[in-house]
Design a protein around this ligand. Structure first.
Ligand code: BMA
Length: 322
């Protein structure tokens, strides 16, 4: 990755594996004229800076995705109009809503996956070369599904995607699956990757889990940031952990964090439209510099960034595995 990713050193005195950007949130709820909230959004290196796809719910609280651009990964200009889809591998553009986008560069283009409304949530797919024109593809799965996250390269000759089969509401369950496709249209070979943890072992991830950022290829496996949820007497609480998946067969989990890496604690994470949500959707990384910047939705209202050293996260994941 040639672009300089956003970075701040670990605060003096902190022993945390990951730490928050001191200027969080980097995107606020009213940053475009129509928005009620901007959160759960995805960014990638693009040209000499960065581009992203942002979840902006409007003041009718309709969910949609918007393109945005940034020179430094911190200060963003988000388009005021939502992405309009053109026909890609289908002319079926039906979509009742779009939310929780992820973006992955594979070979020659950027792929966007999101939670697409088709009689309930499923996984929508589109591609773009320039973040101006977007071409829609067939939905990957039947409803109900959420948290579709592509791997950044083909695995054994096929596209690979993580997802989380769900229900049509505020799903009280959820495990992570992987599916493969030869062409980004037809998906199969579905396998379970990771299930929720027993309450007594690691309660923050005992109700449901979902893939977060696009997995990062490391010598120790695919490093995948994911969210885990506990159902408390005041509702769901979303935190972030990490897993290392086998490089050749990513349905094999080598390690996953027993303690969380980041959980709602600051005011912008504990207070907002949905309190107590840390929801990772993207990560910028540099293996050479041993740095990662994770982008996460906070309290379903704003966007925050957290930093870490990749080698330390891997070490922590291995030494504190479930
Ligand atoms: C999930 C999705 C996410 C949201 C989370 C917490 O079901 O709707 O977009 O961040 O709930 O409200």
């Amino acid at each position: 990755m040639s672009n300089t990713i956003p970075w701040q050193e670990r605060p003096a005195g902190s022993t945390d594996v990951m730490w928050r950007y001191s200027e969080n949130p980097i995107i606020n709820r009213y940053d475009i004229p129509t928005s009620n909230s901007i959160f759960n959004s995805a960014v990638v290196p693009f040209k000499d800076g960065f581009a992203g796809v942002f979840r902006c719910d409007n003041k009718a609280v309709q969910m949609n995705i918007f393109a945005g651009f940034s020179k430094d990964g911190i200060h963003w200009k988000i388009n005021h109009e939502p992405i309009e889809m053109k026909a890609g591998n289908t002319d079926f553009l039906h979509s009742e809503y779009k939310y929780d986008p992820r973006v992955t560069f594979i070979e020659d283009r950027y792929w966007v996956t999101w939670c697409n409304g088709h009689h309930g949530p499923t996984i929508g797919i589109a591609y773009t070369f320039d973040f101006q024109e977007f071409f829609m593809c067939e939905n990957a799965f039947l409803p109900f599904n959420r948290n579709g996250v592509l791997f950044p390269e083909k695995i054994n000759g096929k596209y690979a995607m993580l997802s989380r089969p769900s229900d049509n509401g505020h799903t009280p369950f959820g495990d992570i699956y992987i599916s493969y496709s030869p062409d980004m249209k037809y998906w199969g070979e579905h396998r379970c990757v990771m299930k929720v943890s027993p309450f007594v072992d690691s309660a923050w991830q005992c109700t449901k889990i979902g893939a977060g950022a696009v997995p990062i290829k490391t010598s120790e496996g695919w490093l995948m940031f994911y969210h885990g949820v506990i159902n408390t007497c005041n509702g769901f609480r979303y935190s972030m952990g990490a897993a290392l998946l086998d490089l050749e067969n990513p349905s094999v989990v080598k390690y996953r964090t027993k303690p969380y890496l980041l959980a709602p604690a600051t005011l912008y994470e504990t207070t907002g439209d949905v309190p107590n949500v840390v929801f990772p959707c993207a990560a910028l990384h540099s293996l050479e510099e041993d740095k990662v910047a994770v982008y996460y939705g906070a309290a379903d209202t704003v966007v925050g960034v957290a930093f870490g050293r990749i080698s330390e996260i891997i070490k922590f994941t291995k030494e504190n595995s479930l």
